[in-house]
Structure formats: C-alpha cells, structure tokens
Design a protein around this ligand. Structure first.
Ligand SMILES: [Zn+2]
Length: 149
C-alpha cells in the first residue's frame, strides 16, 4: 500500500490526477492563468468520508484509494493544484488551514502584481485600459504626479 505514482505524464501521483479532475468537474475556484505562468485550482477545507467516496466514484479506474492516499486526504486542510502551460500539474496538500491560506494569499498578491503589470504594459502600448475604478490607472497616476509639481 502506497501513494501510487501516475507514471510518465503530467501528474506526479494517481491521487493528484484524481483530485485535479474532481476539482475541475465540481467547479473548484481558480486563480492565475497558464499564460502568465501558473493556473491554480483551490480546494479549501477538510474532506469528509462522503467526499472521499465521491472522489473514488469520479475516477473508478483508480478506486479504491490506498490506505496512505486516504490518510493523506484525511490529514489535509487544503489542497492547491498548480498547472503550467505545458499541462504539468503539481498538487500540494496542506496539513493546516494556516499553511493553506498563507499560500493562497501569496498567489493573490502575485495576481494583483500581474494585473498592475498588465495595465502598465497596455498603457505603454497605447491601449489604455478602463478598470472598475475609472480610466487607465497608469494615466491617472501620471496626471496626479503632474499636479504635484
Ligand atoms: Zn493609460
């Protein structure tokens, strides 16, 4: 009984593959974008026995889970799957809510940096983006700086 390897391919283990497919099928939240590096699929919280049964039903080919796989899921308080533009998926299991949330916060912070960089790049290319806060934020900043002088 072990954590079964996926074999050559885009996943590390069969459990990773099952969880990722299940997360997509059940409409899990996501962050990021493979075009900017990584797309993250978020599965917060503990797993109930019923959810684990649903997981096994989702991928009958890999069911039942081994003892170690079951223990890994039961010991997790949050899972994050990260996919890159090559289609490789890395799945991390966090044993505490705190660890899970600190990673999600870091991803969210990187996301807003990316969004700012994108607005600036569009602004420099002459394609001024409108946002929820009004006109192109990069133009607004320049105007503010002009007024300070
Ligand atoms: Zn602009």
């Amino acid at each position: 009984m072990t954590i079964r390897r996926y074999g050559p391919g885009k996943f590390h283990t069969k459990l990773d593959a099952t969880i990722y497919g299940f997360a997509l099928a059940t409409g899990a939240d996501s962050l990021g974008d493979v075009e900017r590096g990584w797309a993250y699929t978020l599965l917060p919280g503990a797993w109930s026995a019923e959810e684990i049964r649903d997981l096994e039903k989702y991928e009958p080919e890999y069911a039942p889970l081994t003892e170690e796989e079951r223990e890994l899921i039961l010991g997790t308080m949050g899972i994050i799957a990260a996919e890159n533009d090559q289609g490789f998926v890395y799945v991390e299991y966090y044993p505490t809510v705190k660890e899970y949330e600190s990673v999600v916060e870091k991803i969210e912070a990187d996301e807003s940096d990316d969004a700012e960089a994108e607005i600036l790049a569009d602004h420099e290319a002459g394609e001024h983006e409108e946002t929820a806060f009004g006109d192109c934020p990069a133009c607004a900043e320049i105007t503010e700086e002009g007024q300070k002088e």
